[in-house]
Design a protein around this ligand. Structure first.
Ligand code: 5GP
Ligand code: MG
Length: 474
């Protein structure tokens, strides 16, 4: 199960947590549209409301009203292909001898089955096949014997893979990021306390201030009464595995990741794309909305070099058509692209066009758009892409597609160009991505690009030493 999701947690002095959590989840809706949930605690008991649907559909005012307490966590879950529904909605809650526990998880464990089997043998009963429940049970078990910090530390030593977690144990809210920091997590200060969230846009929504990113391997404990937070560096790795796809596609452009505004990173990548792979055409048009920032940087860099190139909207998006990516059949996905994007004929007719998008995954979008733009009378269509070619699956939280669905898997750029019907095609290099994000390439996860992963994934090669200590015998 590959889940990219959104997580949030707050601890406030006086205000009830539910409403700020609800707004924060709204701000993170792009990270998951399948289900949403909030768990709060008032010092005596935990309250939950979790259901399938968009944030605006899941909570009505009465639900928010019934979620008592100044502390809480929330979750939005991304739709993936099978085995879905209410079973996997989060926060995932368990109550046990030493209290209550609720967990929100973004990411994907690579050794969940192993731990589940061990815990099942010890009598733990599992209600889902999700990895979040595995974390919850492991942690609950540790909490029977040790304090929260030690319990989390021991769980972190056992679980492997990508995770950004918000956890509530009784009324204590904590955040944890996996030792390689694959998925994002930030801390912010709001009027009445502190917030943990997948992206800083959620903090903005609450008129808060971004404090900083949670560090890879770090645990943050929000103090009760919204007074501050404590930090515990549980594990330190010499290399990290930041997911570049967050910066390129997934995160909101108005979020700040590692001190860099995502919109600016994308514009810079667009500039680098011109510098590396520029092609002289009459007009540059973005694929809305994901290609916009890249296209504006690209066109600006071309103009800086004295090229006369128009930067224009050549495609209009019907905002009421969503989620073409996850439609089950190829035929439906193709129809959906046509429904979603319509060309502005005068922008492209009789012109050479550069079409810019953030990524090519299955190739549906670019194939269809090249067709549409050609039909609208373009002379030629050149495609420039703001990420490297995606050639391998993601096991760490971005639900891309299986290897045989990826158009670039096992193909050269020229072969992909031919397949999508472009006059020319170029991708940005992985080096330019690393440079733009101000990171060493050994601190990034390029698994979907190289097919080599910074985590120990069964049946796949690793791009570094990913050996791990033997899982402690329970
Ligand atoms: P393709 O049509 O090639 O399969 O997918 C590429 C398009 O889908 C791009 O426009 C990109 O913005 C978008 N995209 C890339 N990754 C994802 C994803 O994980 N989910 C969704 N919904 N769209 C994606
Ligand atoms: Mg797109």
């Amino acid at each position: 199960m590959h889940e990219k999701c959104g997580v949030v947690g707050v601890s406030l002095a006086e205000q009830d947590a539910a409403r700020p959590l609800y707004y924060a989840l709204y701000a993170l809706q792009h990270r998951g549209q399948e289900s949403a949930g909030i768990a709060t605690h008032d010092g005596f008991q935990q309250y939950d409301h979790v259901d399938v649907g968009l944030v605006g559909e899941v909570f009505d005012p009465d639900d928010i009203e019934s979620l008592n307490g100044t502390n809480g966590i929330g979750h939005v879950r991304y739709p993936t292909s099978g085995g879905l529904g209410a079973c996997c909605a989060q926060p995932f809650s368990v109550s046990f001898k030493s209290g209550s526990l609720a967990l929100s998880h973004n990411g994907n464990l690579v050794n969940a089955d192993e731990i589940r089997d061990e815990l099942a043998e010890l009598g733990h009963a599992f209600t889902s096949n999700g990895d979040t429940e595995v974390i919850a049970h492991d942690l609950a078990r540790n909490l029977l014997e040790e304090d929260l910090v030690r319990a989390v530390k021991h769980t972190v030593q056992r679980i492997h893979g990508s995770y950004s977690l918000t956890i509530m144990h009784d009324d204590t809210v904590i955040g944890v990021r996996d030792p390689r920091g694959n998925r994002p997590l930030v801390i912010g200060q709001v009027d009445d306390g502190y917030i943990l969230a997948s992206e800083s846009a959620a903090i903005d929504t609450l008129d808060g201030e971004l404090v900083r990113d949670v560090r890879p391997g770090e645990m943050i404990v929000l103090e009760d009464e919204g007074d501050g937070f404590d930090s515990y560096q549980l594990v330190t790795k010499d290399t990290h595995a930041h997911c570049f796809f967050e910066d390129v596609y997934f995160a909101r452009p108005d979020s700040v990741i590692d001190d860099q505004l995502v919109y600016e990173a994308r514009r810079q990548l667009g500039r680098a794309l011109w510098e590396q792979e520029g092609v002289d055409t009459d007009v540059v048009i973005p694929v809305p909305d994901s290609g916009r920032a890249f296209a504006s940087g690209y066109a600006e860099a071309a103009q800086d070099e004295g090229k006369y190139v128009e930067f224009a909207e050549g495609l209009m998006k019907n905002r009421y058509v969503g989620r073409t990516f996850i439609m089950p059949t190829q035929d439906q996905r193709e129809r959906a692209v046509r429904l979603k994007l319509n060309p502005i004929k005068s922008t492209v007719e009789g012109k050479s066009v550069t079409l810019i998008d953030d990524s090519i995954v299955r190739g549906t979008t670019s194939t269809q758009l090249i067709d549409i733009i050609n039909d609208a009378g373009a002379d030629s269509v050149h495609v420039r892409i703001g990420s490297p070619a995606i050639r391998a699956p993601c096991y760490l939280g971005i639900d891309m597609a299986s290897r045989d669905e990826l158009i670039a898997a096992g193909k050269s750029v020229e072969e992909v160009r031919e397949k999508i019907g472009a006059d020319s095609l170029a991708y940005i290099s992985a080096d330019a991505v690393a440079e733009t994000l101000n990171k060493a390439d050994t601190d990034l996860c390029f698994g979907c690009v190289t097919g080599e992963y910074p985590y120990d994934i069964e049946g796949e090669p690793a791009d570094r030493d990913v050996s791990r200590p033997q899982v402690d015998q329970l």
